[in-house]
Design a protein around this ligand. Structure first.
Ligand SMILES: Cc1cc2nc3c(=O)[nH]c(=O)nc-3n(C[C@H](O)[C@H](O)[C@H](O)COP(=O)(O)OP(=O)(O)OC[C@H]3O[C@@H](n4cnc5c(N)ncnc54)[C@H](O)[C@@H]3O)c2cc1C
Length: 428
């Protein structure tokens, strides 16, 4: 049975097909067209929104993984669309190459991650889709189409973030950088000090982000900088902070909070008191990503960079009213602006604010209230996370919306890749 990572979206009746190669994928799409079935392609199922949910066919590219070839001179690698990011990172390192930036985890498929605009942090870096040099789609009627700046440029502009609505990506070419090592430093700060110094911290570090702990004035800061320092081969320090503290201990506290919701503020204050300094060194593809064993649901907003602080202060005031049992930290990151039609970062440098709720705890009213605040600040929702916007609102947020709708109509006139959820999002 297909279900997403948080377990909130499940399709118990829908068959999952796993083609071995592009030919098998074309055949599968032709069969679905013949049978009049809708097709949704799944990556690693790490989206919180029901982008993959379908009562037709779900296609998984788990058997279409790996690097096809690497051009060392141009530093471009062609990779199969189902390749998981952790496997890609390790394989690229063998060629002395790396992706310039990654998100908070590295278990997504490359096509799934780029198709929703997945991003990391750092004003020097666009979201992962901006690292794409070319795309290869298999269309609903089984044809292959390549898109790059020189070949089908409109499809390249509209297709790098397209939620699996234009076709199934079978391959992506990625622009890479020489492999590098990062030092991650964790520390604590007062929230208002952090907001006051944020521009300087962003400028002074390769990447910077922070987590604000609800019902406190404390943040956990994370900075990443390139280093030649040796990797800690035992991995003990990393295990303590990543696995023991952020997963095993935090998971136990979340369960306590779920059982006794009125204690959530005290539990969050306890977590804030536990913030301590630590540092680790590892290869970039490993050091940028964390282990996430504590399951949650999540909403995330991309805001104009100068609106982030005020939006966060309003969310803080909302949480202070204690209408929601909440102890999950809020994440605050930066992403460089771009020109991808459906990118939440289209045309502006952005701050991203993510809010989470532990699995099994109510999130709807909390997320609705955060949505209202972020919309008011010009926010655009992360496509892969929970939100309740529909076409009428979304169309106002994206200057190239109509161009994307026209492109979708050309690529999939029969609506094979549409579902009721996507029809609602795009008004088609
Ligand atoms: C624990 C956790 C941490 C996360 N951290 C971050 C983060 O740091 N930054 C961030 O931005 N997001 C983050 N996310 C969100 C996540 O990166 C996105 O939702 C991403 O799209 C998931 O990738 P996936 O491979 O699981 O794809 P899925 O969720 O399975 O699919 C996502 C979309 O991609 C489409 N798709 C998948 N494969 C293809 C293909 N071959 N061709 C065409 N379309 C395709 C699907 O149809 C769907 O529309 C996180 C999610 C979780 C659960």
């Amino acid at each position: 049975m297909w279900k997403n990572w948080s377990g909130y979206v499940a399709c118990p009746q829908t068959p999952v097909r796993t083609p071995d190669d592009a030919r098998g994928l074309s055949q599968l799409l032709a069969e679905a067209a013949r049978d009049g079935q809708s097709v949704r392609v799944a990556g690693a199922g790490h989206s919180f929104s029901p982008l993959v949910a379908s009562d037709g066919v779900i296609v998984s590219l788990d058997r279409m993984q790996g690097i096809v070839d690497v051009d060392a001179a141009t530093r471009v690698a062609r990779v199969q669309a189902g390749t998981r990011l952790y496997a890609l990172g390790a394989a690229l390192a063998q060629s002395g190459l790396a992706m310039e930036n990654l998100g908070d985890i590295n278990v997504q498929s490359i096509a799934g991650a780029t198709s929703t605009g997945t991003h990391g942090t750092g004003l020097g870096f666009g979201n992962l889709a901006t690292q794409i040099a070319a795309l290869k789609f298999v269309t609903a009627d089984g044809r292959e189409i390549v898109a790059s700046p020189g070949e089908n440029p409109e499809l390249f502009a509209g297709g790098r973030i397209a939620l699996g609505m234009l076709g199934v990506l079978s391959e992506l070419s990625l622009r890479l950088v020489p492999a590098f090592r990062l030092k991650l430093e964790r520390g604590g700060m007062d929230l208002e000090d952090c907001l006051a110094q944020a521009d300087a911290l962003v400028a002074a570090n390769r990447s910077f982000e922070f987590y604000w702990l609800p019902h406190t004035e404390s943040v956990l800061t994370k900075t990443w900088n390139v280093t030649d320092a040796p990797v800690d081969e035992t991995g003990l320090g990393r295990w303590v902070s990543d696995v023991l503290l952020e997963n095993i201990a935090f998971g136990a506290l979340c369960k306590l909070g779920r059982a006794m919701p009125s204690r959530c503020p005290a539990l969050s204050r306890f977590c804030a008191a536990m913030i301590s300094r630590s540092e680790q060194v590892d290869a970039s593809w490993s050091m940028l990503s964390t282990v996430r064993q504590v399951r949650f649901n999540e909403m995330e907003w991309s805001l104009p960079a100068d609106r982030g602080a005020d939006a966060l202060r309003e969310i803080k005031a909302l949480i202070a009213r204690r209408e929601f049992p909440l102890m999950f930290p809020l994440e605050y990151r930066w992403v460089k602006g771009d020109d991808l039609w459906l990118s939440p970062n289209f045309g502006r440098d952005s701050v991203h604010i993510s809010v989470h709720q532990f699995v099994g705890m109510p999130f709807e009213r909390y997320f609705d209230a955060v949505q209202a605040i972020c919309l008011n600040h010009g926010g655009r929702p992360h496509w892969g996370k929970v939100h309740s916007l529909k076409a009428a609102q979304l169309s106002r947020l994206y200057p190239r919306w109509d161009d994307f709708l026209a492109l979708r109509e050309r690529m999939d006139p029969q609506g094979r890749f549409l579902t009721p959820y996507l029809r609602g999002l795009f008004g088609v």
